[in-house]
Design a protein around this ligand. Sequence first.
Ligand SMILES: NC(=O)c1ccc[n+]([C@@H]2O[C@H](COP(=O)([O-])OP(=O)(O)OC[C@H]3O[C@@H](n4cnc5c(N)ncnc54)[C@H](O)[C@@H]3O)[C@@H](O)[C@H]2O)c1
Length: 339
Amino acid sequence: MSQALNMAFVGCGAIARYHLDGLLEHATNVRITACVDPDPEKAQAYAAETGGQAFTSLEEALEHGDFDAVDLMLPHDLHEDLTIQCLQAGKHVLLEKPMAPTLDACDRILQVASQTDSVFMVAENAQYWPEIVEAKKLIEAGAIGEIITARAAFVYEYDDYWFKEARPWRFERNRTGGGITIDGGSHWIRPLRMWMGEIEEVIGIVGHPLRQMEGESLTRALFRFQSGQCAQFDAMMIDTVFAPEPWWRITGTKGEITISASLSGAELWLWDAEHRDGQMVFSSPGYTASFGPEIADFAAAVLDGKTLAAGPEYALGELRAALAIYRSAESGKWESVWD
Ligand SMILES: NC(=O)c1ccc[n+]([C@@H]2O[C@H](COP(=O)([O-])OP(=O)(O)OC[C@H]3O[C@@H](n4cnc5c(N)ncnc54)[C@H](O)[C@@H]3O)[C@@H](O)[C@H]2O)c1
């Protein structure tokens, strides 16, 4: 049974705050014993808060640190090299999404992971997002009958929280692998897959209203699932003011589920014959509450051999959907996700 897991934070930027808050609340058997960031101030700030050692390079941490697992929270273009470096050093690896910006890089990571006994997990927090999980339970209980269609809308007013550096890596296509679809969009695509199964093909267009960003800041796409059902996926990150709209809307033969949320809270509503004006059936702190269970799942896999809620290969589904949207935006045609 469990003892504590010593883990290193590698990359002490924006998402590290969410990981640490979640971990302190839900994964109390995880101790942060090392904090790595080339920016010494960031590494030291997290080290001071966690009691871990500060390092300015992964090499130094691997040589002198005391940890069995790493939580890699890095610009996408660093995912492949640093994941492989950690796996080859015998560490268990929790890697923020996407696994890597290209499928070839993912293949290389998975190849190395398969040759080790380490746990390798891609952190897709939507898998643990309370309202997403609750919607899945309601759907499986038949609350809205058979799903007909769904809509996911990743609509986010541009602010500089995720873009703090002087030249943010997220503005550079060759660092992210694209724009907002491959990045935040994955958290809107995963729930669709959890509810509706695997996406077969996509058609989409992209735009660039956020001029600073080389990759797309606007996506409109349709997904066709292997089941034959379809869904709409929208993503927008624009420096404007948006009217409220549900982040997800799932339409079934007996009614609808809507999820209205922000980064600080969420409400799940059920609309059916008995509740024509809708009934709020679930509320939660939302997004912020997803990171603790995510890290706890990783820790349980390492410490107790528990099977992950979603293995790393499953995370290829969001990446493949994003890459297929990019191909479709070029070709103007439906593009297969899995070919
Ligand atoms: N799950 C989510 O909701 C969510 C949200 C935001 C970001 N993310 C993911 O988290 C990852 C990081 O994003 P972020 O927003 O925290 O970016 P960020 O730029 O805020 O932080 C990245 C950090 O990595 C550090 N870094 C750069 N090179 C390094 C190296 N060689 N070794 C160690 N540290 C290094 C940077 O100095 C920076 O502090 C990305 O994969 C991103 O897609 C996930």
